[in-house]
Ligand binder design. Structure first.
Ligand SMILES: [Zn+2]
Length: 295
């Protein structure tokens, strides 16, 4: 419901009436209010577009506002393209998780790690959808932290597949280290300082480590295991897409920016990578049963 201040036409209680027309009625109450969009948010949003128009009329480059480009809101979706692409990534992860569980028996050696990876990814895409729908201090942290959890889980998955199957003790130590690192990373960012630069460097370093590790393994296994091309292609394309994040341009039609393109690009990569996990788990299962028969 609109607040009293809203009914009074002022963004703050008892303040001056706002010079901009404020939305009212069923649209506002049914679509905007449920997302927690407040009178003050609407005021900031309208003021941003007023400023954008003034910049454009003056022939100046449109600036970012608090580190973000202006986006056209759709209903209560603040960044509609990124929110929709995040939702589709989550949907792709869910469909591939169901396909994986239908195709791979739980006895496959990497089954628990792959299923856990899918759940950690699904969780991250859920919070990514929420964050791009409604950007607040809390949803931003949840998006960032859950994304870091996915990156660290992919390091773990890579370690389990390439080293851990024959060395369970090593994998336990590595898992404890990654969990400690994630706890320290989240504690620092939430309790000490939300340092965007550090967060970017930490995630990029973990991402690069995983890429290098997977590619080295793919190169070595390529001749023996025909399905590893899917892993190599997914990892390389992911890196290429990550470069999009460097192209920081104003959103096309005030909807499609580099970050949205990055999220759109990762949708088919989910399918490719889970397809590799499926093939690889079935291969390991068969290899294990062959070994058992020989024994
Ligand atoms: Zn995002």
């Amino acid at each position: 419901m609109p607040s009293e201040a809203w009914r009074g036409g002022s963004p703050v209680p008892g303040g001056e009436p706002h010079p901009l027309p404020l939305p009212t009625g069923a649209y506002w109450e049914a679509l905007v209010c449920p997302s927690g969009w407040t009178c003050r948010d609407e005021c900031k949003y309208e003021c941003m577009w007023l400023t954008v128009r003034l910049y454009q009329q003056g022939g100046h480059r449109v600036p970012q506002f608090h580190g973000k480009w202006p986006f056209s809101r759709f209903l209560f979706f603040q960044e509609p393209a990124s929110a929709f692409a995040s939702f589709l990534n989550g949907l792709a992860s869910l469909v591939m998780l169901l396909r994986y569980r239908a195709a791979v028996p739980p006895a496959a050696p990497t089954y628990p790690t792959c299923v856990a990876f899918a759940w950690v990814s699904l969780n991250a895409w859920f919070w990514s959808t929420v964050f791009h729908t409604r950007d607040t201090a809390l949803t931003e942290k949840l998006d960032y932290f859950c994304a870091s959890a996915v990156i660290l889980h992919s390091v773990y998955l890579c370690c389990v597949r390439t080293l851990g199957l024959q060395r369970p003790a090593l994998i336990s130590i590595f898992r404890a280290f990654l969990l400690l690192f994630l706890a320290a990373h989240i504690s620092y960012l939430s309790l000490v300082r939300f340092d965007y630069g550090y967060n970017l460097v930490a995630n990029a370093a973990a991402g690069m480590l995983t890429v290098a590790w997977w590619l080295r393994w793919c190169l070595r296994q390529g001749r023996r295991l025909p399905h590893v091309w899917k892993c190599a292609a997914a990892v390389l394309l992911l890196q290429a897409l990550a470069l999009l994040e460097l192209l920081d341009f104003p959103p096309l039609l005030w909807v499609l920016d580099a970050h949205a393109l990055w999220h759109i690009g990762t949708i088919p990569l989910n399918v490719l990578f889970y397809s590799f996990l499926m093939d690889d788990s079935l291969y390991l299962l068969k290899a294990n049963s062959d070994l058992f028969k020989v024994d």
